[in-house]
Design a protein around this ligand. Structure first.
Ligand code: NAD
Length: 501
């Protein structure tokens, strides 16, 4: 099924059935006041659909639906194996609907369709299966106490958990939350990003088709300051799990304090450094990963390697090879063409935002060494930005300090290891970092000293479900993936039995 041609995909897109409703209590419904918002294709600016716009009343209905499902135990009351079977079936159905989901994601977000099929969707199903497998592997504890007492530690689900997610990997970022929330026995209300809402309601529908009880997985599309805020303020939401910008993450902490002190898990922004020491093994391999580390998904990646720190002796050759490699690999194209590696950004607003940040960097003294190319005329209406490389002499430039979330990276040079470390840690963010060296002792030193939740040595972006993913500092306070994430959607109960009476 993955071998459709560009023409086939264009044809399939014409016949695509798009569900525009909210997904509440196992079915699609319009918003209560009938309001909608426009869903735009960033590749050409055309209208794809008018989506139901959920607001406070719709959020109330979604949370009430989740609460009914929680109270009557229709999900958490199932035997672990029964819940596992539903989640396995859910993953199978996603595979069976891969083409439809890929089309929705590509039209909505501009991501190249080959990336959705080869990266996003396999990661989505892997995540669901991983957390399904964990369900009956989760164990509590019997602690060592005096013989006349028995003490148990139990892990119990929380209740109705909300998830608010971004647009860069719409399905995958949602599933990194939804899968462990459900596996732990909770109910979920998901609020996807309004820039790319199409695929997530479809996921909720497939969960129900897989045998998931209605009301356990609800989706409210809508705007952040309306539906998102209402969810974050809701008194019956016991935990809010968020992936998105640091600025919105800070607002959510405030909303939790103003309402019911709900737990707030944050996966937020990043400005990840990649450090290239002069003794690295293979410059071509390092450059190759550096290029992919920033231009995959048009740079709309939270852990994008957007600060390249290159040893002075390597700098000029590194930049030369980086430019050549990028030109070979990332050519803007129609995202429905399976050969395309670089699609548009998610929206024209994001395109203007990224272009504005590049201009500001240039005014501050950054030097543009790649990114002036004129786009072919057929892409003029799309939200495209060419891969951009800025050589920077100072670390205090806005393009070095602020997250850009587009295909833009900076390169700075350094002389000593300590200088490289200081540059790498000079950030309010701390999501990920990498170091390239053949010296194990140095690598160990960098791993210990880098202020980041994920550190890669001689690679970038590698990992699997066993790797907890999340940040230090203002990149967040929680971890996705791994058993750690599953446990974070439970609460511990201590049960102390008096056995001596
Ligand atoms: P964003 O913060 O603008 O939006 C994220 C979500 O928050 C959306 O669903 C949006 O509707 C909602 N939202 C916006 N304002 C809100 C409010 N006042 N109250 C409640 N909800 C609100 O982020 P984005 O532009 O969609 O995504 C890009 C950001 O996400 C980048 O900063 C990126 O680094 C981050 N991100 C982080 C990770 C990670 O794992 N750390 C992963 C992917 C993306």
């Amino acid at each position: 099924m993955h071998s459709l041609s560009h023409q086939d995909w264009l044809e399939e897109a014409k016949h695509l059935n798009i569900a525009t409703g909210l997904f509440l209590d196992g079915q699609y419904v319009p918003s209560q006041d009938g309001a909608t918002f426009d869903c735009i294709n960033p590749a050409d600016g055309s209208l794809i659909a008018k989506m139901a716009k959920g607001q406070a009343a719709d959020v109330d209905a979604a949370v009430a639906s989740g609460l009914r499902a929680w109270n009557d135990r229709r999900w958490r009351g199932l035997a672990p194996r029964a819940r596992m079977q539903v989640l396995y079936k859910f993953a199978d159905l996603i595979e069976q609907h891969a083409n439809e989901l890929a089309l929705l994601e590509t039209l909505d977000m501009g991501k190249p369709i080959s990336d959705v099929l080869n990266i996003d969707l396999p990661e989505v199903t892997k995540t669901i299966r991983y957390f399904a497998e964990c369900i009956d592997k989760m164990e509590g504890a019997v602690t060592h106490t005096a013989p006349e007492a028995l003490h148990l530690i139990l892990h119990e689900p929380l209740g109705v958990v909300a998830a608010i997610t971004p647009w860069n990997y719409p399905m995958l970022m949602a599933i990194w939350k939804v899968a462990p929330i459900l596996a732990a026995g909770n109910c979920v209300v998901l609020k996807p990003a309004e820039q790319a809402p199409l695929s997530c309601t479809k996921l909720a529908q497939l969960f129900v088709e897989a045998g998931g009880p209605a009301g356990v997985f609800n989706v409210v599309n809508g705007l952040g300051p309306e539906a998102g805020k209402a969810l974050a303020l809701h008194p019956d939401v016991i935990k809010l799990s968020f992936t998105g910008s640091t600025a919105v993450g800070k607002l959510l902490l405030g909303y939790a304090g103003q309402s019911n002190m709900k737990r707030v898990a944050l996966e937020t922004g990043g400005k990840s450094p990649q450090i290239f020491l002069s003794d690295l093994y293979d410059l071509d391999a390092a450059v190759d990963r550096a290029v992919g580390g920033i231009y995959d998904n048009a740079g709309q990646v939270c852990n994008a390697g957007s600060r390249l720190l290159v040893h002075r002796d390597l700098h000029d050759e590194f930049v030369k090879r980086f430019i050549a490699r990028t030109a070979q690999t990332y050519v803007p194209g129609d995202p429905l063409n399976p050969a395309t590696t670089l699609g548009p950004l998610v929206s024209h607003a994001q395109q203007r935002n990224v272009q504005g940040r590049i201009q500001r960097g240039l005014q501050e003294g950054a030097q543009l060494v790649m990114g002036r190319e004129t786009l072919p005329a057929q892409f003029a209406a799309g939200a495209y930005v060419c891969p951009t490389l800025l050589v920077c002499a100072r670390a205090d430039l806005s393009v070095v300090q602020e997250e850009i979330f587009g295909p833009v990276t900076t390169v700075l040079s350094f002389e000593t290891d300590e200088e490289a470390l200081a540059l790498a840690n000079d950030s309010v963010y701390g999501l990920a970092a990498s170091v390239w060296t053949r010296d194990l002792k140095k690598a160990n030193h960098f791993v210990r000293e880098l202020e980041a939740g994920v550190v890669w040595v001689n690679c970038f972006g590698d990992g699997d479900m066993t790797q907890p993913f999340g940040g230090y500092k203002q990149s967040g306070n929680s971890r996705d993936k791994h058993m750690m994430s599953l446990l974070s959607y439970t609460q511990s109960k201590s049960a102390w039995f008096n056995m001596g009476a």
